[in-house]
Design a protein around this ligand. Sequence first.
Ligand code: GLU
Length: 318
Amino acid sequence: MTYLKSLALAGSMALATAATAEERYITIGTGGQTGVYFVVGQSICRLVNRDTPKTGLKCTAPSTGGSIANINAIKAGDMDMGVAQSDWQYHAYNGTAKFEGDKFDKERAVFSVHSEPFNVIARNDAGIATFDDLKGKRVNVGNPGSGQLATMEVVLAAKGWTMADFALASELKPAEQAAALGDNKVDAIIYTVGNPNGSIQEAVSTVDAHLVPVTGPEIDKLVSENPYYAKSIIPGGMYPGTPDDVETFGVKATFVTSADVPDDVVYEVVKAVFDNFDRFKKLHPAFENLKEEEMIKDGLSAPLHPGAIKYYKERGWM
Ligand code: GLU
């Protein structure tokens, strides 16, 4: 239930629970259960819910389709907060790319989290050494609502390709794509996700497969022209079958909300994360190198929510 929708319910319950803090429900949009967004949302809620007796906030973080689904749900008021790729945070706020004519001016940034390389994983028997070798192959391009599908569309447009350049462009969810690769239903899968990741691990351990570099003039142009992209290296040895560094590009996972979510709600969520930051960083290996000073600016293009600013000022970070 969203904050606004729960207000009425909380209000009617207030009489009965006058002695405790007023209960308010917040929902955080994540991604597939095998991804890192799900861990981000679950971890944030775990920290928020430790303080429920004091704040009254009850947090849930269900699995969703990913970045685009989360942004749309926050815009519609169906969710309060969510995780979204830095490129889609930018496009939603500015009304560009997929969000042309569908601007989300009330979108607000909270903080950024881990880096997400645009990972391409191919079966060793499919003859795919570079991104260009994907032409004519069976590729899982990402589920509808996901950041990877939307970013894949941008990459294809930059290359002058369309989905018709693939023998098959399937839209399986992250939880299904490792098995599809292993069962030889597809030659390659795309996943914009924090590394190391259990789902890629699963893919490369069920079949001989490797990570594929995503480079070339079109990628260089995307990275140099757009602040929300950066070059990215997947370190050699991170996944079995890929002993050498692999060059690709990537985005940041970011945490976003709406200007309609009250300042004190965003403040309490941010406080729960940063007051317990050492604990948070231990909840996934992709969080290991997170730094507070980078998280409050890198990859953020929508204005910061005032509830977040209040906490960052209190800590002397702004
Ligand atoms: N980057 C993906 C998306 O935007 C999600 C990755 C994850 O679930 O960790 O849909």
